[in-house]
Design a protein around this ligand. Structure first.
Ligand SMILES: Cc1cc2nc3c(=O)[nH]c(=O)nc-3n(C[C@H](O)[C@H](O)[C@H](O)COP(=O)(O)OP(=O)(O)OC[C@H]3O[C@@H](n4cnc5c(N)ncnc54)[C@H](O)[C@@H]3O)c2cc1C
Length: 470
């Protein structure tokens, strides 16, 4: 152990290596409830230091776990085999904002919200907006293929990544993609790395596409006594040729939790709330807002609030932003899923989720991105209650079976990580999984980069009740 510490110290100096129990505990968790202790935490500042660290880890067969802000919701960064946690938050420079080529070059530890602010100050826009944007990092966003409410109109992180610098498991520094709008030379390894969850290489620099900032926006909050009314509203808006920037839904349990928390006058009898935001040219937004309000009313909305200015818009967004925190008042353990179905299957998926919650007698507020079919059924439980955790595990499996049955996917934005690895076989055939494994082997033949993630294996069996880890 001391030899490893000496070797790490040679690369980083002593101040950026941490091995005390307190430090190891701080890096043992992410946004899920599973925890595993690493042996060492290293905090490099440059690509060359990362290259040295990867070479050292591979030469000594030590697992290496890349980590951004640790906000992941699939157990992506937790070090399930111990080893080294590679904290990338010191690589936090916005290297360049190129206004003429509409792109930005960033280091992986840049906080997503900081990039938003920097480009918006120049009249530009980086649309991917995970709700965690004040904390999460660009490296974590790329590695998870993060999305957010604006995905319905603007797409997700994958749609904005133009190029990457990566340190491979062989300790090489490679450059993928580039700065051109068009680029079809060779295999598209850039896209392969988006969503690779730290299993193929360490991302050390990112080039993202920017677009002009929309001129105006308009926010509408609409309450529906019946869930069906809200569900019908969504495809009707799209059918009118209007693509809102966001189209969010919250169910009755979520509404009541938010109302307990904020007292903002949401109707507790509503079965659903829709939060809709339009953006674009001022004239267009002003023309579309009343059309949307009318569609909501035609579908039985009991109240439609249209924000008149930014302050009122912020007020309406408070409800959606508070929901994640508000629901944990019900119980301390939150299992946040991101089952995603085709947009038209959202009403059926919500019906099925409600049945699952009732069958297993679980608290399951549902909210999410109705516009793109990405729902967040959250099971609110207490991990100390082992009998309930067994029911939770069965419910989660049923959620995924239903998602796949409706033509959906295990994850719209949170990734597979540790928590969903056992369910990959529900979505993919053995042949398809074989190709995934071969890609992993080609990039990381010794399985040292984020081992135990995506593919499953013994570490990820019995996720909710397993004695391994915590
Ligand atoms: C309250 C809350 C709200 C959230 N809302 C959203 C949302 O709206 N949309 C959404 O998509 N997600 C959301 N998330 C999940 C999470 O914020 C995202 O997955 C985010 O992309 C993770 O970024 P991070 O910096 O925290 O990465 P981490 O959690 O540290 O790591 C995530 C994964 O990326 C890998 N990784 C990190 N950096 C690198 C790198 N430089 N090179 C290679 N691999 C790397 C890690 O190994 C791990 O597998 C939310 C989380 C919370 C807690």
């Amino acid at each position: 152990m001391s030899e490893i510490i000496q070797a790490l110290t040679k690369i980083l100096g002593p101040e950026n290596i941490h091995c005390s129990l307190e430090d190891r505990m701080c890096y043992s968790y992410d946004g899920t409830f599973r925890t595993f202790l690493p042996d060492y935490i290293v905090r490099p500042k440059s690509t060359l230091e990362i290259q040295g660290l990867v070479k050292l880890a591979v030469a000594n067969k030590i697992p290496l776990y890349p980590r951004g802000a640790g906000t992941g919701l699939s157990g992506g960064s937790v070090p399930i085999k111990g080893g080294i946690v590679l904290d990338l938050t010191r690589l936090n420079q916005i290297v360049e904002i190129d206004v003429k080529n509409l792109l930005a070059v960033v280091e992986p530890g840049v906080v997503t919200g900081d990039l938003h602010k920097a480009v918006e100050a120049l009249g530009l826009f980086y649309p991917p907006d995970p709700a965690s944007l004040k904390t999460c990092t660009m490296g974590g966003n790329v590695a998870e293929g993060a999305g957010g409410p604006r995905a319905i109109k603007y797409g997700v992180t994958r749609d904005y990544v133009m190029g990457l610098e990566v340190v491979t498991a062989a300790g090489e520094i490679i450059h993928l993609g580039g700065r051109t709008v068009k680029n079809v030379a060779g295999y598209d390894l850039t896209r392969l790395f988006v969503g690779s969850e730290g299993t193929l290489g360490v991302i050390t620099q990112i080039i993202v596409r920017l677009i002009p900032k929309p001129e105006a926006k308009k926010t509408i909050l609409s309450m529906f006594p019946k869930l069906n009314g809200a569900a019908e509203t969504v495809p009707q808006i799209i059918a009118r040729g209007i693509i809102p920037a966001t189209l969010e839904i919250m169910d009755d349990l979520s509404i009541n939790c938010v109302e307990n928390h904020l007292h903002m006058g949401l109707s507790r009898d509503s079965e659903a709330v829709l939060l809709i935001e339009l953006d674009g040219d001022k004239e267009v937004v002003e023309k579309q807002a009343p059309i949307i309000a009318q569609i909501c009313q035609d579908n039985g909305a009991s109240e439609v609030r249209v924000a008149r200015n930014d302050a009122e818009s912020e007020e309406l967004w408070k409800a959606r932003r508070a929901v994640s925190a508000a629901i944990v008042q019900l119980n301390p353990t939150k299992i946040a899923e991101d089952a995603t179905v085709p947009r038209t299957q959202v009403p059926e998926m919500i019906r099925r989720l409600k049945k699952i919650a009732s069958k297993y007698n679980l608290l399951m507020p549902i909210y999410g991105h109705a516009g793109d079919g990405n729902l967040h059924p959250n099971i609110i439980t207490d991990r100390r209650n082992s009998e309930e955790m067994e029911r939770v595990e069965k419910a989660v499996e049923e959620i995924f079976k239903n998602t796949v049955e409706l033509g959906g996917t295990l994850s719209g934005e949170h990734g597979i990580g540790l928590m969903k690895a056992p369910f990959m076989k529900l979505q993919f055939t053995p042949e398809e999984l074989h190709y995934f494994r071969e890609i992993k082997k080609a990039f990381d033949p010794h399985n040292l980069l984020n081992p135990g993630k995506i593919f499953g294996g013994e570490e990820s069996d019995g996720l909710f009740t397993s004695p391994k880890g915590n």
